[in-house]
Design a protein around this ligand. Structure first.
Ligand code: CDP
Ligand code: CDP
Length: 231
């Protein structure tokens, strides 16, 4: 099978990482979670008390930061991780999965010069194909020539409930209403920012998985990938 580049974009909780990881398993491809890179950088900014409005400092931080994504170890996979994430050599796989980090990530993701640094890393990581990368701008900016682009959607209340359930399973006490507000704010910021907003690429296939499970959605994507291979 030729090594395709598969781009999956969509809003928070639409199932991007679960579906992308499963598709990568089914095709023997590499799975890369670009959002984890924004989250890791946000975690570092929070730890260093860098203001999320301090653009020059955040750009400098991005340039000085090394983020690596690796396939998950079994224990991390059991905890729900789809990639193991290393920030300057230290593992932050689980530490980046908080709502605070998600919000901070979406704020620093509005800065064009920060995005340039991370996009260059993502392009290097996915060079040569055989990769499923997911995020917000993969089909539009990171890999505009990807052979298969998917825009994953699900109803907002379903997406929030999915994310809330994950917190429950980890024993984190957070109200569903709080998660709904968090996701709504982040979606709005991601869709309305000037640089690389979350938008469906003209040639992306829209897949609404509100009423589909991960396996069904992944099978649909694999079917589309097999069709593209023949073209
Ligand atoms: O990466 P993204 O934020 O788009 O979503 P995710 O982390 O893959 O999925 C969020 C949660 O929804 C996970 O707990 C998935 O297991 C669940 N999910 C689901 O129940 N049904 C789907 N079709 C997709 C995801
Ligand atoms: O898992 P979830 O869909 O909630 O978020 P994520 O994919 O981990 O991304 C966290 C934040 O990073 C998003 O809200 C975006 O603001 C930003 N992001 C981005 O701007 N571009 C990407 N390619 C991936 C993430």
């Amino acid at each position: 099978m030729p090594d395709l580049t598969i781009a999956i974009d969509g809003p928070a909780g639409s199932g991007k990482s679960s579906v992308a990881r499963r598709v990568a398993q089914m095709l023997g491809y590499l799975y890369l979670d670009s959002g984890a890179m924004y989250r890791a950088l946000a975690l570092k900014a929070l730890h260093q008390n860098i203001g999320l409005e301090d653009e020059p400092a955040l750009v400098e931080l991005a340039k000085q930061t090394h983020i690596e994504l690796k396939p998950p170890t079994t224990d991390k996979e059991r905890a729900g991780a789809k990639n193991c994430v290393f920030l300057d050599g230290l593992e932050v796989t689980l530490a980046i999965r908080t709502e605070e980090v998600a919000q901070a990530a979406s704020r620093l993701a509005t800065i064009g010069a920060v995005r340039e640094v991370l996009v260059a890393e993502q392009q290097r990581a996915g060079v040569g194909g055989g990769v499923v990368m997911e995020g917000r701008d993969i089909g539009t900016v990171v890999f505009p020539n990807a052979e298969l682009k998917i825009f994953l959607e699900a109803a907002p209340e379903v997406r929030a409930e999915r994310r809330w359930k994950e917190h429950q399973e980890k024993g984190e006490r957070i109200a569903l209403d709080e998660v709904i507000v968090e996701i709504r704010e982040r979606d709005l910021r991601d869709r309305e920012r000037k640089v690389s907003p979350l938008v469906r690429a003209a040639d992306a296939v829209l897949v609404d998985n509100t009423a589909m499970d991960i396996e069904e959605t992944a099978r649909l994507v694999v079917m589309l990938a097999r069709e593209r291979e023949k073209q």
